[in-house]
Design a binder for this molecule. Structure first.
Ligand SMILES: [Fe+2]
Ligand SMILES: [Fe+2]
Length: 333
């Protein structure tokens, strides 16, 4: 149920950033197979990828994790990233591309809200590839949401991709990060942060083992579970996994209000940067999962290279106190 304290409708996951052991291997998977465009690459240090001309949906860096191992079992961190495709046919196409490349799927499910398949990327990061049904199918008039876990009709899904591929193998506009599912040490502690402080609405709760949260009546932008990580520690330094997930706010004022609310509750930030494309404030959740709170400028304002590609490297700091104070100012048209 959306309340006055809820995160604004329109807040969503903008991108996810991974710690990589081998950048070439990761870029080959996300670019060649999943069809994301490489927006910018910093040698063997980092790469930024997107679909449909967005500044980036995915990033990966080797700053601390080059040749690193996967996080140890039982630690907190990434459970999976869900990549949502705009149509059922697009989901079928990406599955076909993976199967034809000899990739193995770990599972599949029809959640009623969305059809989904599960796999891991070359470095063991959990991935869900999904397609959302229209909300009229899964959202009741009172706003409650029907989710389930039925067997996926794989034959019917794959039939959509017969003889089809994306133009030039590129993932279509509308491909996005649908949700991120995290392994946390304690559900109450994590829900306090994401629900009480950030304002995500709690859509479903499985006792002390899992919670699903969203903005604006979506089925879920965030999953949290303790299935393997109850009482767990964050992954060791140097391991792969989640660097951060970015929560995007619809307006600059929404972002300022979110940061003010965190400060008012004694929460600190780890850093900030105005990337030109977006303003970003970095912090971590109670399990030390990296969080970026962001606001995207209009595409017409994004810094660009002479060839028209997005330039993500022109970041500059900004005054956080002044920024937060702007949350109190009346919004003028
Ligand atoms: Fe999921
Ligand atoms: Fe980021």
């Amino acid at each position: 149920m959306t309340t006055n304290d809820s995160i604004p409708a329109g807040a969503h996951i903008g991108h996810t950033h991974l710690k990589a052991a081998d950048l070439d291997r990761q870029v080959a998977f996300y670019h060649d197979l999943l069809g994301f465009d490489v927006v910018q690459r910093m040698g063997d240090q980092a790469a930024f990828l997107s679909a449909g001309g967005y500044h980036h949906h995915l990033a990966m860096n080797t700053w601390e994790s080059r040749n690193g191992e996967s996080p140890a079992r039982g630690t907190t961190g990434l459970y999976h990233i869900a990549i949502n495709y705009p149509t059922r046919k697009d989901l079928a196409i990406v599955i076909k591309r993976l199967l034809e490349a000899g990739w193995t799927l770990d599972g599949a499910s029809d959640h009623l809200t969305h059809e989904a398949v599960y796999l891991t990327d070359p470095e063991g990061n959990g991935l869900e590839l999904a397609w959302d049904r229209d909300p009229s199918v899964w959202r009741k008039p009172d706003g409650s949401i029907t989710m389930g876990s039925e067997p996926l009709n794989f034959q019917s899904l794959l039939a959509e991709a017969e003889g089809a591929d994306w133009p030039e193998g590129r993932a279509p506009e509308g491909t996005r990060i649908g949700h991120v599912h995290l392994k946390v040490s304690d559900i109450d502690q994590a829900v306090h942060f994401y629900h009480d402080l950030l304002g995500f609405d709690q859509i479903a709760r499985l006792g002390n083992s899992a919670a699903f949260l969203s903005a604006g009546g979506y089925h879920h932008h965030l999953g949290l579970n303790t299935w393997e990580s109850a009482g767990g520690q964050p992954p060791a330094p140097g391991t792969t996994g989640l660097y951060h997930l970015a929560i995007n706010y619809p307006t600059r004022e929404d972002l300022a209000r979110a940061v003010k609310r965190l400060f008012d509750n004694g929460w600190a930030i780890d850093g900030l940067n105005d990337h030109g494309t977006h303003m970003a404030i970095y912090l971590h959740d109670p399990d030390f999962n990296g969080i970026e709170l962001a606001w995207d400028r209009d595409r017409s304002e994004w810094p660009r290279n002479p060839d028209g590609s997005v330039n993500l490297f022109g970041g500059k700091p900004f005054d956080i106190q002044e920024f937060v104070a702007s949350a109190d100012r009346p919004v003028t048209a």
